[in-house]
Design a protein around this ligand. Structure first.
Ligand code: HPA
Length: 191
């Protein structure tokens, strides 16, 4: 689908997801702009670009150090005030695991030590394909739950709480995305 967007001359991909908060400062309902990602499935050989390179879309070895557009993140911080939320807009690193199970305590602690602020099961493959074919990318995570970090906790991640947090935040997210869309200039990098 991302390559179809490219062929349709879409220049910017906005990705969103639900994620568990690893950063202790995050609260349920927070929005985290994605500054960077960790492609955990990539460490074990699962990457959407595996196979012969499609030269008409991009190069064999695309950079990923600037995957999430800095200018759009700046604009997002500026427009956040218009959403009228008390909580500040967060920014951080999203780590993708394959799922579908939620993390163990040991895994969550490891991910936090690796520098991840939020964990989820999506988004990264689309971003890699989008950057490969020159789309500008902007993304954010809705923090739907706090990841369980200690063995004493009686909390357990579950899909229902993720859905409920999504529903609760829907209006705020809609408002944020529409304000943002009206402030985003056309991309000059896509060709
Ligand atoms: N872990 C992984 N994926 C998620 C989570 C989580 O805690 N919350 C929402 N998606």
């Amino acid at each position: 689908p991302v390559r179809v967007f490219r062929l349709l001359e879409v220049d910017t991909l906005v990705v969103t997801n639900a994620a568990g908060g690893l950063n202790p400062k995050f609260e349920v309902g927070d929005i985290m702009l994605i500054r960077d990602h960790i492609n955990m499935p990539g460490f074990s050989g699962q990457n959407p670009l595996i196979g012969p390179n499609e030269d008409r879309f991009g190069v064999r070895f695309p950079p990923m150090s600037d995957a999430y557009d800095r200018d759009l993140r700046k604009i997002a911080h500026k427009t956040w005030k218009q959403v009228g939320e008390k909580r500040e807009l967060q920014e951080g690193t999203y780590v993708m695991l394959a799922g579908p199970n939620f993390e163990t305590v040991a895994e969550s602690r490891l991910l936090q030590k690796l520098g991840a602020d939020a964990v989820g099961m999506s988004t990264v493959p689309e971003v890699i394909v989008a950057r490969h074919c020159g789309l500008r990318v902007f993304g954010f995570s809705l923090i739907t739950n706090k990841v369980v970090m200690n063995y004493e906790s009686l909390e357990k991640a579950n899909h229902e709480e993720v859905l409920a947090a999504g529903k609760q935040a829907a209006q705020k997210l809609e408002q944020f995305v529409s304000i943002l869309m009206s402030c985003i200039p056309p991309s000059h990098t896509a060709s």
